[in-house]
Design a protein around this ligand. Structure first.
Ligand code: F0G
Length: 352
């Protein structure tokens, strides 16, 4: 097999990208699908459970799949600057791919609500970072308006090429399993990713007859417009990545969930943090809080008796790495024990 060259090289023939597209890649994608046996047992057992670990992408989240496509199209068309609103991961990804393409990245983030690893990433990759006194939704509206007025390319998931790139995760899952899973669980924020997965699964099923999964989309209870059926003006959740009250692709997400025979549900912050801990402690997979939401939703539905997974194959998408948001963990444990540098003291701690 030839050397891996990123998602556009691997799946470009299946993506609707214009001919002027000029590939800019960090060799994103090709992420592991990890069987999580201990967690499956913990959730009652009797089914196959896999984590699609998207935190292992070059900038630490699934956004890189869509960003390689959006930036490749933008640079091929002669764009000079790109802009996005972001809860953090899109910002870091846009900044990295823009840097690689020689474009100027501008990112708008909700003031004080972006996790440390994401903000640091955006700054490190050289983005102009602007904090907005408001929510992600306010910032998104601003970047949409400015990109309509000025020659700055919008790289939020309203950009159709983002969706095209993100379809590749569905292709990878099917290629690895030889079929679509029975269920796909994933967090939902601005709703681009669930839209992309559904488009990807449908396309692959059309081409290869590999079946379709049911989708379990999961929002945080304090930011659950798709569950409540109306926008949320002041979304709040510890999972800042999905702290979104007016999802740009909300309608499409609801339609995808319904068409698939699945649904969109909400879980509490406590359920999210519990799942984040369990996944790390039982499987050695540390993800950021929002990324644990899909699995938290699965646990929630199984416990409520609303989802019979017996004999089924379930894939949970873990969208971002735990290192993105270290403060969540250090905030929970405080400072670790300190001892003087003497082995007797260590023995005392370990064996008494
Ligand atoms: N998980 C993580 C880690 C995210 O960063 C996001 C979205 C989602 C899930 C939800 O995906 O928006 O396609 O439904 N983050 C965006 C950002 C909003 O700005 O980084 P979605």
């Amino acid at each position: 097999m030839s050397e891996y060259q990123g998602v556009l090289h691997r799946y470009g023939h299946l993506l609707h990208l214009p001919p002027h597209t000029r590939p800019v890649t960090l060799l994103e994608g090709n992420t592991p699908l990890i069987p999580v046996l201990r967690l499956a047992e913990h959730l009652g057992g009797g089914f196959e459970l896999y984590v699609k670990y998207e935190g292992l992408n070059p900038t630490g989240s699934f956004k890189d799949r869509g960003m390689t496509a959006a930036i490749s199209e933008a640079v091929g068309r002669g764009a000079r600057a790109v802009i996005c609103a972001s809860t953090g991961n899109t910002a870091a990804s846009a900044a990295a791919y823009a840097a690689r393409a020689g474009l100027r990245p501008i990112v708008l983030i909700p003031q004080g609500k972006v996790a440390a690893g994401k903000l640091a990433g955006a700054v490190a990759y050289g983005a102009l970072v602007i904090q907005v006194e408001g929510s992600f939704d306010d910032a998104l509206q601003m970047v949409v308006e400015i990109s309509e007025k000025h020659p700055i390319c919008l790289v939020n998931s309203l950009n159709p090429y983002r969706i095209e790139g993100q379809k590749t995760a569905a292709f990878e899952i099917c290629d690895r399993l030889g079929a679509a899973p029975d269920w796909l669980c994933l967090p939902v924020g601005n709703a681009g990713n669930i839209t992309a997965y559904w488009a990807g699964f449908r396309q692959y099923d059309f081409l290869r007859g590999i079946g379709l999964p049911r989708l379990l989309g999961v929002q945080a209870a304090g930011a659950a417009p798709l569950v409540l059926g109306h926008p949320v003006d002041h979304p709040e959740t510890i999972a800042t990545a999905i702290r979104i009250g007016r999802p740009a692709r909300g309608e499409q997400a609801l339609q995808a969930a319904e068409e698939s025979g699945g649904r969109i549900i909400a879980v509490t912050d406590e359920e999210i943090l519990t799942m984040q801990r369990q996944l790390a402690a039982l499987e050695g997979i540390w993800v950021e809080p929002a990324s644990a939401a899909g699995l938290a939703g699965l646990a929630h539905e199984i416990a409520a008796g609303r989802l019979n997974v017996r004999g089924r194959r379930v894939v949970a998408v873990c969208t971002g790495h735990g290192l993105k948001d270290p403060d969540i963990i250090t905030g929970q444990i405080g400072s670790p024990l300190v001892i003087s540098p003497r082995v007797e003291i260590l023995e005392g701690v370990l064996f008494q």
